[in-house]
Design a protein around this ligand. Structure first.
Ligand code: ADP
Ligand code: ZN
Ligand code: ZN
Length: 804
């Protein structure tokens, strides 16, 4: 087979298919599907993925591929097929589907370079160009544009004096060590030793060492063990008595930590009832999806661990997905503690190199379990026995960029190929999953009780409007303050939670109500205290906070919204004796700081842990007896049909941090809308009631899980263009849909302008439209030209999680 089908790295519709390339003679037999190769494409050399091999092509005059980038395939057969499935279901390009499945280190980086043509005569070229190529004939693009205008470069390129080159740079740097070994037998070594002149004692000493050792030895170790210098070894290598080789070592981010081994716990009745069907499914190689609905602290993790144990006994592998935010060291410890170095960990805190090393362990089948965030769902295991998704309701399982996949869908798709179960676990399942469990599509497993029958914490809901009416202007209600003081006295620990999402600290004039917005985007600027700057989180625009209101010139312009820093300040004023650990993006940006802060809190070095989203999940400390939610409803008012669900989930999760062990827990939720059912029912910790109520709302408004939705967002610098394109798209799609479907548009997006581009959208609600994806693709094809030339952007999100 001397022809390779290759998907090249050009994200564009017309190119979104395999092209045939000839395999040069010397590479025949070496090129395999799933490898990356470098191919000529037009004037460029670019990267591509081999998707198949064949004998004949419909095309004559094939170009030859240049060289392989990998020695072994980076995608196996199953993952290549999964890539096709991703392309179909999320409407992404094939190349994006393949790229998303490999670690970032393997994503080729193209280095753009400017090269002087061989025919050009440098002396005759303009001064700027001479300056660029001052005694070299290739420079980086960045250097070139620093010294010359783009138009000049364009002109010289048109005349053929310079050209742009794309050089594929492979970013992988394996960490390597030199090792020394010998190819000679012991007898040959002895003879060599005899033949050496008497005075080379050191070389003889080294030979002696290898007479008693069969393993390659790391160079540095050898030198220090024998007290010789590297020149001694080099001499022996020259004489062909020894040889050297590179050994690859893994950068293990957890290497210097010891994990105490744990043994399986005897299961409770609830756990037994839940694990039985999972174990049966593993045993019988069944492709089933379970929804493990278990309240916080019910022991779901132990069920995961013992299910995995069974999978390992069968010689198979396991993927465990955990939301990035709860991929805490605590969580990692629980898996490493049970399965030791059979576990690889993948999360965004790792460096590119570390991620690559963990991925290689999976690829080489040196580990059996991967615990990771969303993209770990693509772990290149070949013999999967189970896929577990913890906190399955978390929206971070949906990728917002192309390919816009949901890890849950990918998990189920992979389980079909591997004949293995999928376990979705949550204390607050997504409405979609719970509805599927109700219909029997998923098997429902329930663990309604906490471990040792610990009661769920009691919850107080405090109406902050009333506090204000009674003259309390502080951010702490009287109840919460009282309880904090009580815990401080008892030396018990407190968690204070501030919901920052959708809660920007904006700048507003108290006299006229003017809010400082971004010029480019229609949203308020976020205030940053440390440099007194305001910043737009969409386009990056930044400016100094005004001292006077631009509208009415009042001095009473100041920032609103409560940041963790501000809470910390207020705490230190009213409770100076309390020791506070603050956890937010500022205090956890350094590697390992997250873990350090948690360790300090666990060791009792502080009374109060104050933080944002990142403390809502996964914390399991025995001494926490009070959880305070400072602002429960900041998320309720976002333009998103899931805002009630998200509020309920978050409040329930945070409350679940209290009283998980012997000591009983209490929760105080402060809110401006205590009457809202998501707040009220989170207070009662009644998921089923919330589910029932929210389902009626979804039904009335025709939202998931009753309807599927797809969102088309169009953006353009000209308002009229954005509107008219959206109008045409809406009409086109509408004409392709059945009567039951609804096509809402064109309407301005909730954020109507980002980065000076106007945004319009069309929301499609439907029950069954088998041809919808085809129509959407056709629509995208139709606008391809305008998209390429840069003016128009169209994004399609099938099952979107962000509607803005
Ligand atoms: P969840 O993940 O459902 O919130 P966890 O798995 O964190 O709950 O379990 C809560 C606590 O109960 C943990 O400290 C865990 O070690 C403990 N635990 C779980 N299963 C058992 C068991 N069968 N026997 C004793 N303790 C258990
Ligand atoms: Zn004003
Ligand atoms: Zn902006």
């Amino acid at each position: 087979m001397n022809i390779a089908s290759i998907v090249v790295d050009v994200p564009a519709r017309q190119i979104d298919k395999p092209f045939d390339y000839l395999i040069p003679d010397h590479l025949i037999g070496m090129i395999q599907p799933g490898m990356r190769v470098i191919v000529p494409f037009g004037p460029r050399k670019i990267q591509g993925f081999v998707t198949g091999l064949k004998e004949t092509s419909d095309y004559e005059q094939l170009k030859a591929l240049i060289e392989p980038m990998d020695l072994t395939p980076v995608l196996n057969k199953e993952l290549l097929a999964l890539g096709d499935w991703l392309t179909e279901t999320t409407l992404c390009y094939k190349i994006s589907a393949y790229q998303v499945m490999i670690p970032p280190a393997l994503k080729a980086k193209y280095e753009k370079k400017l090269k002087l043509s061989s025919k050009a005569n440098l002396e005759e070229l303009p001064f700027d160009i001479q300056a660029i190529f001052n005694n070299q004939d290739t420079v980086t693009w960045e250097e070139a544009v620093k010294l010359s205008s783009l138009s000049l470069l364009q002109k010289e390129a048109a005349e053929g004096n310079v050209e742009i080159q794309y050089i594929v740079k492979d970013r992988v740097k394996k960490k390597k060590l030199k090792a020394i070994y010998t190819k000679l037998s012991k007898d040959q070594l002895s003879i060599e030793k005899e033949n050496l002149p008497a005075h080379v004692v050191k070389q003889k000493k080294v030979i002696d060492f290898f007479l008693h050792s069969d393993e390659p030895v790391e160079m540095r170790e050898l030198l220090s063990a024998l007290g010789v210098t590297s020149s001694v070894i080099k001499g022996l290598i020259q004489k062909k008595i020894l040889a050297e080789m590179d050994i690859e070592v893994y950068r293990d981010p957890y290497e210097d930590r010891n994990f105490t081994r744990t043994e399986p716990l005897p299961l409770t009745e609830d756990q037994e009832d839940s694990i039985r069907p999972i174990l049966a499914s593993i045993e019988e190689n069944k492709k089933e999806t379970f929804l493990l609905y278990g309240v916080t602290g019910s022991g779901k993790t132990e069920v995961y661990l013992q299910s995995i144990q069974k999978v390992l006994q069968k010689g198979k592998e396991a993927i465990v997905l955990v939301p990035e935010i709860s991929l805490t060291p605590q969580m990692v410890k629980r898996f490493k503690g049970r399965f030791g170095d059979q576990v690889a960990v993948l999360h965004s805190g790792l460096s590119v190199g570390e991620k690559y090393d963990e991925w290689r362990k999976i690829q080489r089948q040196e580990v059996k379990v991967v615990v990771g965030a969303r993209s770990a769902i693509f772990a290149p295991f070949q013999n999967l026995g189970i896929i577990i998704i913890d906190e399955e309701h978390e929206t971070s399982y949906k990728q917002e960029e192309n390919p816009k996949y949901h890890a849950r869908d990918v998990a189920i798709q992979r389980s079909l190929k591997h004949n293995c179960p999928v376990v979705l676990g949550s204390a607050t399942p997504s409405l979609e999953s719970y509805a599927r469990a109700q219909k029997g599509v998923y098997k429902l497993l329930s663990m309604p009780k906490r471990m040792n029958n610990q009661s769920l914490p009691s919850v107080d809901i405090i109406d902050m409007r009333e506090e204000l009416r009674d003259g309390n202007r502080s951010m702490f209600s009287r109840t919460l303050l009282e309880k904090i003081k009580d815990r401080l006295e008892k030396k018990e620990q407190i968690v204070l939670f501030l919901n920052k999402r959708g809660h920007s600290s904006f700048v507003m004039c108290r006299d006229c109500g003017y809010v400082v917005n971004c010029h480019n985007c229609d949203i308020s600027l976020t205030y940053h205290r440390f440099n007194q700057h305001m910043k737009c989180h969409y386009c990056g625009y930044e400016s100094v906070a005004p001292k006077h209101c631009p509208e009415c010139n009042s001095e009473h312009i100041r920032y609103f919204g409560t940041g963790t820093q501000k809470v910390e300040e207020e705490l230190s004023k009213i409770l100076p004796e309390a020791k506070v650990i603050r956890m937010d993006v500022d205090t956890t940006s350094r590697k390992g700081s997250h873990e350090k802060l948690l360790d300090q809190f666990q060791e009792g070095q502080a009374d109060i842990l104050l933080g944002t989203q990142m403390i809502a999940k996964g914390l399991d400390f025995p001494n926490i007896t009070l959880v305070g939610v400072l602002s429960a409803d900041t998320m309720l008012h976002l333009p998103d049909f899931r805002s009630s669900e998200k509020t309920f989930q978050l409040l329930t999760q945070v409350s679940g941090r209290a009283g998980r062990h012997e000591l009983e827990g209490e929760v105080v939720i402060q809110t401006y809308t205590p009457e809202h059912y998501s707040v009220e029912l989170a207070g009662e910790q009644d998921y089923r009631k919330f589910y029932a109520q929210e389902m009626t709302v979804r039904k009335i408004h025709k939202y998931p899980p009753f309807y599927y939705i797809s969102l088309i967002t169009v953006s353009h610098e000209e308002l009229l263009k954005a509107v008219s394109v959206t109008e045409k798209i809406t009409a086109y799609i509408q004409s392709k849909l059945s009567k039951d479907a609804i096509c809402l548009g064109p309407v301005a997006s909730p954020i109507p302008k980002i980065n000076n581009r106007y945004r319009y959208q069309c929301l499609i609600k439907y029950k069954r439209e088998p041809d919808l994806n085809k129509s959407l693709k056709k629509m995208l094809d139709n606008y391809q030209q305008e998209i390429i030339s840069g003016g128009l952007q169209i994004s399609v999100d099938v099952n979107p999680f962000i509607l803005m």
